[in-house]
Design a protein around this ligand. Structure first.
Ligand code: ACO
Length: 371
């Protein structure tokens, strides 16, 4: 075994097939079940995309109506889950709250260990329907506000925003939110999805796999980057300070959150679509200063390191403009990625092999206790 045999970070390693999505860095494209994600973001609801990722095809009108009926019927936060959330201090990171709430849902499901396709689809649909209530309620309780019950007359995005802010914002805001949910939904074998697949490969249950995925997503090298982008924006303040801030950060060997990607080396395929949504929001809220800071930092990072933004770069400021607390950004990613995770969990279960790589030992040679 030599150093070149070691695939640190599994970089460049292809571990399995997937039919859920295709990331192609050469053409800078991302396909969900064959459809370019930009086309889906421009033309579909999040409900349609969730259906597509789970069932492999876009729903007919009748299938969509039934899918929406089931989702709308399961949106309310269960009393037991609310009670569990209320036990957690509001000083906890929201990702810890979401992780615990999903665990509580799993612990109260008598069929938690049932792994039939129908049962897995039901669990996936329940988590997809309930995560907005969990995320919205957690932001509200931090602000000292009461839970807002869901409304069955509203679509997924409108209802999510309603439960968070107790009002449905203008259509441009709803549309930008939907775009973000669609773009975040799926991205092949990223760290959190792979974590969920590893857990599934041991024949553990779907909830455990999702809880593991949430843990992996929390880290700032993955989903946690969208909130880290906003912390950086807050630190920088205004566009005229961006270059000096960046030079200082790079001199101190800091990673600039929202930039770089393991797979895309020439720009993240999702960024132009999310940046267009951010542009619309900045105009709607009359915040050209936000765009100025965004673009100045992007250009400075390009000229100094030639590293391009990833999806978290435009989505962080977009969520800020929509009114979400910075700590809620990564939970929003969870609410969307639950769809991709569960599609992969079902795919892994359908064609399972225990995921168990090897390691090269570099500790002490064999030795023995004295005497
Ligand atoms: N800021 C500064 N330097 C960077 C950045 C960055 N954001 N990204 C890469 N680099 C540099 C590294 O320092 C390294 O330089 P070196 O060769 O001189 O040491 C080189 O580029 C290669 O970077 P690696 O970290 O080795 O590349 P890897 O493929 O492992 O990293 C990653 C990808 C983790 C996403 C990285 O770009 C990063 O840390 N980015 C910031 C975190 C982030 O935005 N994560 C979100 C990912 S996308 C998503 O989850 C939606």
């Amino acid at each position: 075994m030599t150093d070149t045999d070691i695939k640190k970070g599994l970089a460049g390693v292809v571990v399995d097939y997937t039919a859920v999505s295709k990331v192609n860095p050469e053409t800078n494209s991302l396909l969900y079940r064959g459809y370019p994600v930009q086309e889906l973001a421009a033309n579909c609801s999040f409900e349609q995309v969730a259906y597509l990722l789970w069932y492999g095809e876009l729903p007919t009108d009748a299938e969509l109506a039934e899918f929406e009926r089931v989702e709308r019927g399961q949106r309310a936060l269960g009393d037991n889950v609310k009670a569990v959330i209320d036990l957690i201090p509001t000083t906890a990171h929201p990702m810890d709250v979401i992780r615990t709430a999903v665990s509580a849902i799993g612990a109260s499901d008598p069929d938690a260990d049932l792994a039939t396709v129908a049962s897995s689809l039901n669990k996936a649909a329940r988590l997809y329907a309930q995560l907005p209530a969990i995320v919205a309620y957690d932001q509200r309780r931090r602000r000292g506000e009461d839970l807002v019950p869901p409304r069955k007359d509203l679509g997924y995005s409108e209802n999510f925003l309603w439960m968070t802010f107790e009002e449905v914002p203008d259509q441009v805001v709803v549309d930008a939110f939907t775009v973000s949910m669609i773009l975040y939904a799926e991205h092949s074998f990223n760290a959190s999805t792979f974590t969920a697949r590893v857990i599934t490969s041991t024949l553990s249950d779907l909830y455990s796999a999702v809880v593991g995925g949430i843990g992996a997503l929390k880290g700032p090298l993955h989903g946690g980057a969208n909130e880290a982008v906003m912390h950086a924006f807050d630190e920088i303040g205004t566009a005229d300070r961006a270059e000096a801030w960046l030079d200082d950060a790079l001199a101190n060997k800091r990673k600039i959150m929202g930039f770089g990607h393991r797979v895309y080396k020439n720009g993240d395929s999702r960024v132009p679509t999310m940046k267009a949504a951010l542009d619309t929001l900045a105009e709607h809220y009359n915040r050209p200063d936000m765009l100025e800071l965004y673009e100045t930092l992007e250009q400075a990072m390009g000229s100094r390191k030639n590293i391009k933004p990833n999806l978290d770069y435009p989505s962080g400021p977009a969520y800020n403009l929509m009114g979400f607390d910075t700590l809620t950004f990564t939970p929003l990613f969870v609410a969307s990625r639950i769809v991709g995770w569960t599609a992969h969990i079902m795919e892994q279960a359908a064609s399972n092999a225990l995921i168990r790589p090897l390691s090269a030992y570099n500790g002490p040679d064999e030795r023995h206790l004295p005497g």
